[in-house]
Each structure stands twice: as structure tokens, then as C-alpha cells.
Design a protein around this ligand. Structure first.
Ligand SMILES: Cc1cc2nc3c(=O)[nH]c(=O)nc-3n(C[C@H](O)[C@H](O)[C@H](O)COP(=O)(O)OP(=O)(O)OC[C@H]3O[C@@H](n4cnc5c(N)ncnc54)[C@H](O)[C@@H]3O)c2cc1C
Length: 372
């Protein structure tokens, strides 16, 4: 028996589901969120590095009480070479649990309730949970990378995933305000300083736990692991993101930056587009508006990922030296959230060898061709 009827049910009270609910609430719609865990923000599956724009571009004020550290750039290592990119206050290291809890404040959430499936019954959807049935006119799947609702919207599967593991460790970073990135093809490792004595070290790869143990050993980071996290990142560009009045947003819609795997900024933009479509009752516009704004960026970044993975060591060294020469362009034009902007800027820039231009052209071609 259906317990209660709602206008909108959002499945998943992660940051994107929470942000969407806040945007709708601001306009007078109070959706119900169902969350399988017993509290917000736990378990954590995130490095917690977000660009400044996550806070600046938000349509509601986001409390800064979750910011643990301010980042002024990155040191990127490749073999024995390194590239230092300085950008003042480019990003923050956040306490993801607090960030999610802030976004979930004063929302109508029922915890420890797992979405199991849904059925259409006339003009509404009856959703089955492990705590009984609920009904709504609209369902939003904000249920993360492992989304169940995605299987309803997207008939064919074939999502590419990457698995990530991160350790929170007692370790003194080289610089408290710089992230370190170590390119070890085909992956990269990160060391993110949380403070003077604690770092987050992680990797997203095919065998991340083993890879990370080896990396920590190689870098002589010691044994003091405080916490371990794991998660998956969906890497694909697909549409449509809705079926009738069932919508996907955030990781469930693969609204993720394919080069750095960050999903918070993009998921929040997805939530903004979706909330506008819901408020204006332009439900079918959601996918096309998303593609218009971010489809090109994701396609080009996915292509870049594919091409970079297949480059020879020699080619990567060349790109690395080129970027070092153009460090002023990288520092000035690089955008934490929109990675391909830099590519366009570098293409405009004189001084690139024919080989480098060829690589860049192959990447940006994805923007003009049908897809991947
Ligand atoms: C190792 C790793 C590091 C990362 N680092 C960063 C980073 O530094 N910066 C960044 O921006 N992004 C990072 N990401 C990505 C980021 O974590 C995600 O993009 C972000 O969490 C997406 O938010 P979301 O709300 O869409 O999904 P989620 O945060 O996954 O939230 C989904 C919610 O839905 C709930 N749920 C799922 N299924 C059900 C169900 N059947 N019933 C009820 N509830 C359900 C879950 O419990 C969860 O609370 C990282 C990811 C990984 C794996």
C-alpha cells in the first residue's frame, strides 16, 4: 500500500540531490528525499578538492565552515620532471561530510530507506523502498555513480567506470597550499594537503588499492593511515538524461569532469538546469540544455583522456616541456572546472611544434564530430 503521495521524490541525499532540493525549496516546492544511509555525508568517497567556483557559482549561499584548507596551485610530476602551476586561492580542501550536511539542512529527508524499483500507475510513479511504497508525480535519480534509476532511464548499459581509493594519512606535505599530482601513465596519483600534518593521498585506476599501497611505499609516506575511502567514477557522455518524468542528475547522469574525475561542480550545474526545467515544466528540455552547456566540454575531455592514455612517453615529455614554456598561459587561462578552455588557448598560442598541434587537434575534433 502506498504510504504517501508527493510531487517530487529525489532518490539520494548526496550533495547534488541536496542542492537540487534546496533550489526547488527556494521556489516553493518541497521535495521528499530518500537516503539509504542513516546520515548525510557518510560514507565518504571523495578527495574533497573543489574549485573556488563551487562556492562562487552556487545559487544559494554555501557555508564556508566546511573549508579546511586553501589551495594556491599544483606541482605536477612526470618522471623526474615537474611543473609548478601557481594560482592564488584556486581551490579548497573541504570536509565532505560537513559540506553534504550543510546542503541537507532543513530538507525533508527520510533516512535508512533504500530505493528498490518503480512502476508507473496512471499519472504517478509508485516507488518501492525497503520501508514501503511511496508515490510521486516526478522522480529524480540523484543516487550516485552506482545509480539504480539510471537503468530505468538508460536502456542500454555499457558505462565505463574507474575505481578510486584514497587514504587519509598523517604525513607532512611538501607545501601546505599546493596539491601534488604524480602522472604515472595511464593514471595519476594525488597528494592533497588537508593541513600541516595530514594529507589525502589517492588514485583512480583499475586496481587502485594495490596501486596506492605501492605509491605510498615508493614515496616513503609511512604507515599512519587514519582512514581509507573507496568509490567509483562514471566516465561516459550519454543522453537522454530523462524518461517521461524520471530524471538523472549528478553522478547518476555522469555529470563528471573526465580528466580530474571531480563531480561536485558539474553535478551542481546539472541540478540548476534541472530545477529550472522542473519549475518551468519544460521537462523534455533538460537533456538538450545540459548538452548545450556541458556536452562539448565532456566529449572533448573524454577524447583528451583517451588520446593522452595512448601517447608515448616521448610525446608526454614534449607536452610537459611545452606546458612549462607556456606556464604563464597555463596559470592565467587554466580553469579548474573547464579543462578544455586551456586547450583552446594553447591552440591559439604560437610556438607549438607540429606534433603537439596534431595531438591538440585530434582532441578538439571531438567537439565537431558526432561523439565518441
Ligand atoms: C575516489 C574519489 C575521489 C573523488 N574526489 C573528488 C574531488 O576531489 N572533487 C570532486 O568534485 N569530486 C570528487 N569525486 C566525485 C564526487 O565524489 C561525486 O561526483 C559526488 O559525490 C557526486 O554527488 P552525487 O550527489 O551525484 O552522488 P553521491 O555523492 O554518490 O550521492 C548519492 C546518494 O544517493 C544515495 N543512494 C544511492 N543509491 C540509493 C538507493 N537505492 N536508495 C536510496 N539512496 C541511495 C547514496 O547513499 C548517496 O548518499 C571523487 C570520487 C571518487 C570515487
Amino acid at each position: 500500500m502506498v504510504k504517501k503521495d508527493y510531487d517530487i521524490i529525489i532518490v539520494g541525499a548526496g550533495p547534488v540531490g541536496g542542492y537540487l532540493a534546496q533550489l526547488l525549496k527556494l521556489k516553493g516546492i518541497d521535495p521528499l528525499l530518500i537516503e539509504e544511509h542513516k546520515e548525510l555525508g557518510r560514507p565518504i568517497h571523495c578527495a574533497g578538492l573543489v574549485g573556488k567556483k563551487v562556492f562562487q557559482d552556487a545559487k544559494i549561499p554555501l557555508s564556508s565552515n566546511c573549508i579546511l584548507n586553501t589551495i594556491n596551485g599544483a606541482v605536477v610530476h612526470f618522471g623526474n620532471d615537474k611543473l609548478e602551476i601557481k594560482r592564488k586561492e584556486v581551490a579548497y580542501v573541504i570536509d565532505r561530510e560537513r559540506f553534504d550536511k550543510n546542503l541537507g539542512q532543513n530538507l525533508n529527508i527520510i533516512f535508512e530507506t533504500k530505493f528498490l524499483g518503480l512502476e508507473k500507475n496512471k499519472q504517478r510513479y509508485v516507488i518501492e523502498t525497503d520501508k514501503g511504497d511511496l508515490a510521486a508525480k516526478m522522480i529524480v535519480g540523484a543516487d550516485g555513480a552506482n545509480s539504480s534509476i539510471r537503468n530505468i532511464v538508460r536502456k542500454h548499459n555499457g558505462l565505463e567506470y574507474m575505481r578510486g581509493v584514497q587514504f587519509r594519512m598523517k604525513f607532512q606535505p611538501v607545501r601546505k597550499d599546493m596539491v601534488e599530482v604524480f602522472i604515472k601513465r595511464p593514471y595519476f596519483y594525488w597528494i592533497i594537503p588537508e593541513g600541516e600534518k595530514t594529507v589525502r593521498v589517492g588514485v583512480i585506476s583499475k586496481n587502485p588499492y594495490q596501486d596506492l599501497l605501492e605509491f605510498v611505499k615508493e614515496k616513503k609516506m609511512g604507515q599512519e593511515i587514519v582512514e581509507k575511502f573507496a568509490g567509483i567514477v562514471p566516465l561516459v557522455h550519454f543522453t537522454p538524461l530523462s524518461h517521461e518524468r524520471i530524471f538523472l542528475v549528478g553522478d547518476s547522469a555522469a555529470q563528471v569532469k573526465p580528466l580530474s574525475y571531480g563531480g561536485i561542480y558539474m553535478g551542481m550545474r546539472g541540478a540548476e538546469i534541472l530545477s529550472e526545467c522542473i519549475l518551468k515544466e519544460k521537462f523534455s528540455h533538460y537533456s538538450s540544455l545540459w548538452v548545450k552547456k556541458f556536452g562539448g566540454e565532456i566529449k572533448v575531455a573524454l577524447r583528451a583522456r583517451e588520446i593522452l592514455n595512448n601517447l608515448t612517453e616521448r610525446d608526454i615529455k614534449k607536452i610537459f616541456s611545452f606546458l612549462k614554456e607556456k606556464i604563464n598561459v597555463v596559470e592565467e587561462k587554466g580553469d579548474f572546472e573547464n579543462h578544455t578552455l586551456l586547450l583552446w588557448e594553447l591552440l591559439k598560442h604560437p610556438g607549438a611544434s607540429r606534433e603537439i598541434l596534431n595531438i591538440f587537434f585530434k582532441i578538439v575534433k571531438a567537439n565537431f564530430t558526432g561523439g565518441l
